[in-house]
Write a protein that binds this ligand. Structure first.
Ligand code: AMP
Length: 421
């Protein structure tokens, strides 16, 4: 149906696979990002934000044809001026573009960035899969040192650990582009030999992206893959050493990982280390990926730069992490203290008091009506304490403080209010 044919019922709904955030889900998302930013900052990352739109070619060249994102999922648009732009489906290629554009190679290396952003993929919506979804990501640009691969994996793990759920890092090495090229020939020959036994959709990928067949979830393909040649067996010494150095550091950090020779990930730009964080459902079956990443030393050249910019990064799926987190990222209303006035005429006084008050738990409760109605809504919303300002309190430069769980009430000076924990 074209836009012009849409009925009011249709247009009064968010586009499919996209959501409005308000109330608890809004808070959880913002608390998750705040927590992730705090962890990333404690490892020396600083923030970066790039536009929502990029030139389409950045993704065509960076992510590569034969991937689901490029073949089926991009939101492309042409402006009235004729520019071809795309709503960003991932964060790495845009940040590499920014690094090159601003000559960040001249800064001390490496540069460590975190980002938080919505991304857009026109996939079939289902639980845990949205067309507008959110990621918290990390990028370390300008170093080949495998310690940065391990550090990236570690920081992502520390953030996800907050969920309290069992999380394992699946890890693999793709070696260099040259190794991949010769391995691809071996793999294509293998799949040709077993073509009829592959799932239908995977058969078509032999020519377009044989690597993707390796991490297919189709049962027929999984069976064929059990005897497929693996890349990890074909690595050269330098790639093997790089990988061992990463896993040795993870061992030292006690981060649980499993080497999975079939993990290839979706984008063309990965080299050496690739990884994914997976969690398990109640039956201990693998449920879904909470995030992933890898090293992308060749991306800069793929998108048109003259030299390689060795880099490693990850993207964490904020929506999924929050969904499995129960109340981890929910703000407990008991922490905050609503302030109410008994008369509208006291509003100005209360607002001035709040400007001066250094206790940031206190906030102006935005309901100006009879005190009984205010109290009942405050209790319903789960607050456990309240500050009341009436005529007397205003005159005496005090507030009445009430503990709603015990019913106890006392008068506080402004100084005591500042110190209330
Ligand atoms: P990717 O950029 O494909 O490596 O994805 C990194 C992480 O983002 C995944 O592990 C998911 O947790 C999350 N993710 C990717 N696509 C979606 C989506 N369509 N909806 C929700 N989360 C997603």
């Amino acid at each position: 149906m074209s836009e012009s044919n849409k009925s009011n019922k249709d247009i009064l709904q968010a586009p499919r696979g996209m959501r409005d955030f308000y109330g608890t889900p809004y808070q959880q998302k913002s608390n998750f990002f705040e927590y992730a930013r705090m962890i990333a900052s404690s490892y020396g990352f600083t923030g970066i934000e790039t536009p929502i739109l990029e030139h389409t070619e950045i993704f065509l060249k960076g992510i590569g044809e034969g991937t689901d994102i490029i073949d089926k999922e991009m939101y492309n648009l042409t402006t009235l001026g004729g520019d071809r732009l795309t709503l960003k489906p991932e964060g790495t290629a845009p940040i590499m573009r920014a690094y090159i554009e601003h000559g960040m190679g001249a800064l001390p290396q490496p540069q460590l960035f975190y980002y938080e952003s919505p991304f857009f993929r026109h996939d079939k919506p289902q639980k845990g899969r949205y067309r507008q979804f959110y990621q918290f990501g990390l990028e370390i640009m300008g170093s080949r040192d495998p310690l940065y691969d391990a550090l990236t994996i570690e920081v992502g793990y520390r953030i996800i650990q907050k969920t309290g759920k069992k999380v394992v890092v699946k890890i693999n090495s793709l070696g260099t582009r040259d190794i991949r090229a010769s391995y691809t020939e071996t793999l294509v020959a293998f799949y040709r030999e077993h073509q009829s036994k592959l799932a239908e959709g995977d058969q078509e990928r032999i020519d377009t992206n044989p690597f993707r067949i390796l991490d297919s979830k189709e049962p027929e393909t999984v069976t064929v893959n059990q005897s497929a040649p693996t890349l990890i067996e074909s690595l050269d010494k330098a790639s093997r050493d790089h990988f061992t150095s990463v896993t040795d550091t993870l061992d030292g950090l006690d981060i649980p990982y499993e080497i999975n020779p079939f993990l290839v990930r979706g984008m063309d730009y990965y080299e050496h280390t690739v990884f994914e964080y997976v969690t398990y459902d109640n039956e201990n079956q693998e449920s879904f990926a909470l995030g992933g990443g890898g090293r992308y030393d060749g991306l800069a050249e793929l998108i048109g730069h003259t030299t390689s910019i060795p880099s490693v990064g990850l993207g964490l799926g904020a929506d999924r992490i929050i969904e499995i987190s129960d109340d981890t990222f929910t703000t407990n209303p008991g922490d905050r203290i609503p302030m109410i006035v008994t008369e509208n005429s006291l509003y100005v006084h209360a607002s001035q008091l709040l400007q001066k008050c250094t206790n940031n738990k206190l906030f102006m409760y935005p309901l100006f009506t009879k005190i009984g109605k205010q109290m009942s809504r405050i209790e319903k919303e789960g607050y456990t304490r309240v500050c009341i300002i009436g005529e007397d309190e205003a005159t005496n430069q005090q507030v009445t403080y009430k503990d709603l769980t015990t019913g106890e009430q006392r008068t506080l000076s402004y100084k005591e209010l500042n110190n209330l924990s």
